[in-house]
Design a protein around this ligand. Structure first.
Ligand code: PMV
Length: 350
């Protein structure tokens, strides 16, 4: 730590992301059993700021969520920060006042760990840059931020880049990838996929039924684990190609199969979990009917919960909004839909 007193504030806004090839199962220190590919969102984000001050004997630690002290989140945040002291030793001697808020209601059932952990990781990495003058090149800065985000939540590693990103070693000669951090995957995306929309249909606003860590651990002795690995590897290769070639039919097939595979894996775990609700299935059936009737490019994906993400092109926004209003909102809790879209990635707030 430099001798002089160092104090300041860093603030980052970082978005959530939706995986098209899902990360499910991990080993070692937050390493993924398979590679995943996601699209970073725009409107669903976390803003986190850290006031820091060095040279404190008994450093102050305060965490506020939406302006209030939050015990449950606080415990997770300080445990995570303590785990990073080998990487950021200066944190041990700093006052840290962390304030965080989400753009979406906490009860909306959106997985918030990707946005929350990436925003925090970007702030912590930025403190290193300010204190030591390291990580000047953006490339090095985002690589480290992604590495740090991964240690908080695997999917958060992907949120440090806008557009598309890949995390985890893909078994493909065509896809550049790493296990320890995510890689930006935007250089070869066909225009058809550069302005995708994501309407998040909130079927259930409750908390997740199964935590991600329990979910990942269920893959350790899963009877279909090997087949899942083979499927994910195949999907990575095929989806990378579909995104490059503008092949919407292949995209739909892979994205929907991935979503249903994730849920099928949970339904065949020991113990098993059914995370979809009857309304999730009603929506899926309606989407399939609408696609058959209109020939539009539209598909669904799911996270580890009952809410349905509808993916479609901005060109069809008007027609699809009508479809959502007329046929799908009836299956949502309080007719709640969050309209999001592909985003540009995190933003440093001055
Ligand atoms: O980042 P975690 O540990 O919350 O795991 C996320 C897992 C999924 O959201 C189901 C899939 C993914 O790749 O985002």
């Amino acid at each position: 730590m430099p001798d002089k007193l160092i104090e300041g504030e860093v603030c980052w806004r970082s978005p959530s992301n939706i995986a098209f090839v899902k990360y499910w199962g991990k080993y070692g220190t937050q390493l993924p059993k398979n590679a995943s590919l996601s699209m970073t969102l725009s409107e669903s984000y976390t803003i986190t700021s850290i006031d820091f001050k060095s040279q404190q004997k008994n450093p102050k630690r305060e965490f506020y969520f939406n302006g209030e002290f939050n015990e449950a989140f606080s415990a997770r945040i300080w445990k995570y920060i303590a785990s990073l002291c080998g990487i950021f030793p200066f944190l041990e001697e700093m006052d840290l006042i962390i304030r965080s808020k989400n753009s979406f209601p906490h009860s909306a059932g959106i997985a918030s760990s990707a946005s929350a952990m990436s925003a925090l990781a970007l702030c912590l990495t930025d403190i290193e840059r300010l204190v030591y003058g390291t990580l000047i090149k953006d490339d090095a800065f985002y690589k480290k931020a992604s590495y740090i985000a991964r240690l908080g939540s695997g999917s958060a590693a992907r949120s440090v880049y806008g557009g598309y990103s890949i995390w985890g070693q893909a078994k493909s000669a065509h896809v550049k990838s790493e296990n320890k951090f995510a890689i930006d995957f935007n250089s070869e995306i066909h225009p058809k996929f550069q302005q995708l929309q994501d309407a998040i249909l909130i079927v259930d606003e409750g908390q997740k039924k199964v935590s991600s860590s329990v979910g990942h651990s269920l893959m350790n002795n899963h009877p279909y684990a090997d087949d899942r690995l083979a499927q994910a590897n195949k999907h990575m290769e095929e989806l990378a190609l579909a995104l490059k070639e503008g092949n919407t039919a292949a995209f739909i097939k892979i994205v929907e199969t991935e979503a249903l595979s994730l849920h099928a894996l949970m339904m065949s775990s020991d113990p098993w979990f059914i995370l979809m609700k009857p309304q999730s299935l009603e929506i899926i059936n309606k989407v399939q009917e609408f696609r058959e009737k209109t020939g539009k490019f539209i598909c669904f994906t799911l996270d580890a919960g009952p809410n349905v993400h509808l993916i479609y092109s901005k060109d069809d926004e008007v027609e699809i909004n009508k479809f959502i209003e007329k046929e799908l909102k009836q299956f949502c809790s309080k007719r709640h839909v969050i309209f999001d879209e592909i985003g540009e990635g995190p933003l440093k707030i001055k």
